[in-house]
Design a protein around this ligand. Structure first.
Ligand SMILES: Cc1cc2nc3c(=O)[nH]c(=O)nc-3n(C[C@H](O)[C@H](O)[C@H](O)COP(=O)(O)O)c2cc1C
Length: 322
């Protein structure tokens, strides 16, 4: 695997996965986390989070989708993992990196990085609940407040039976503050024998080359970089084949943005949902495209989806060559 799309709650849903994997270059997607407490989650919860389960756990472009679980109860996580697999999940992922206080308060996500023994029990319990053809991975940060237990955590995850490990190169207390410590991801990689996916702050093709060089990892997981430059994975794939592809122009990207908005409208009906999703995406696209800023300003106060659709179509018509 070369490039995985990082799970991002509230940002990467099935619509975003559909658009990004069709643009191309993404080898694997992971759902936003499903929070597991003490119950067996209802089927509709899994299907809402991962409608792709109904199409072989693949996006329309054919990219595999794994389901991510978050929790601290080994038995309950195992039961829910088996349930997700019974609905067709092609793989499971365990979240040991979420820094959100609401999640951490309930002993989920990054706080577990202070309890490597529990990490081990969770992974082992989930692994045992899955048949051998369903891969299990985990995603971790470097620690809670420092990196002192990073290697111990990675080893515990490996010993529990995870087949791969994505490492976001920051501690929980570092939040999303740059830089991500790519050298530390390399230390984790050297400490375990399972494949490690390097994650954190890959925004450009150059970042992709550097994170691989600094971490020694072959596989990279990219989150915000793929939202702000939706063709980044495609350019990476081309680069790996020795080709150079120019970054996608705003003009070429607009039909994708239009389609994203239309899919959101279909889901949200007359609610402000589609407008909110579009504004959210434009907020990250601004990093790559100056035009996204212009569009954002045009629709900033607009809540009516029909009016926004008209603005989008007008922009596309202006951008289309005559
Ligand atoms: C809005 C947002 C939501 C996220 N949700 C999740 C999540 O559900 N599960 C998870 O493991 N990581 C989650 N993350 C962390 C990302 O997967 C990733 O590790 C982080 O953004 C660093 O990678 P990047 O610099 O490529 O974005 C989230 C990050 C963001 C910004």
């Amino acid at each position: 695997m070369d490039v995985a799309l990082a799970p991002m709650e509230g940002l990467v849903d099935d619509i975003m996965r559909d658009i990004l994997t069709r643009i191309g270059g993404i080898d694997l997607c992971v759902t936003e986390f499903v929070r597991v407490t003490h119950t067996l989650l209802p089927e509709k919860m899994f299907r809402r989070l991962a409608p792709e389960l109904g199409q072989g756990s693949r996006t329309r472009a054919g990219t595999l989708l794994w389901v991510q679980l978050l929790g601290a109860d080994p038995a309950c996580l195992a039961d829910n993992a088996a349930r997700a697999a019974s609905f067709g999940a092609a793989g499971l992922d365990l979240n040991f990196g979420c820094p959100a206080p609401t999640v951490n308060r309930h002993r989920g996500g990054a706080v577990l990085l202070d309890e490597p023994e529990l990490l081990h029990r969770i992974v082992r319990s989930v692994r045992r609940a899955l048949s051998s053809d369903v891969p299990l991975s985990a995603k971790m940060r470097l620690g809670l407040n420092d990196t002192s237990r990073a290697l111990e955590c990675a080893a515990a995850i490996e010993a529990g039976g995870a087949a791969s490990l994505a490492v976001h190169g920051r501690t929980k207390s570092e939040g999303y503050r740059p830089p991500a410590h790519w050298d530390w991801i390399g230390r984790v990689r050297e400490h375990v024998s399972i494949p490690v996916l390097a994650n954190g702050d890959v925004w450009t093709l150059e970042d992709y080359r550097r994170i691989r060089a600094e971490s020694g990892c072959d596989s990279v997981m990219i989150g915000r970089g793929l939202i702000s430059a939706p063709d980044l994975a495609q350019r990476i794939a081309a680069w790996r084949c020795g080709q150079t592809v120019e970054p996608m122009s705003w003009q070429a990207f607009l039909p994708w943005l239009n389609e994203f908005f239309e899919q959101c409208r279909q889901r949200g009906g007359d609610t402000p949902y589609a407008a909110a999703r579009l504004k959210q995406w434009l907020g990250l696209l601004k990093r790559q495209y100056g035009e996204a800023e212009v569009l954002f300003e045009q629709i900033r106060r607009e809540r009516d989806a029909t009016a926004i659709a008209a603005i989008l179509l007008r922009m596309q018509a202006c951008a289309d060559p005559i």
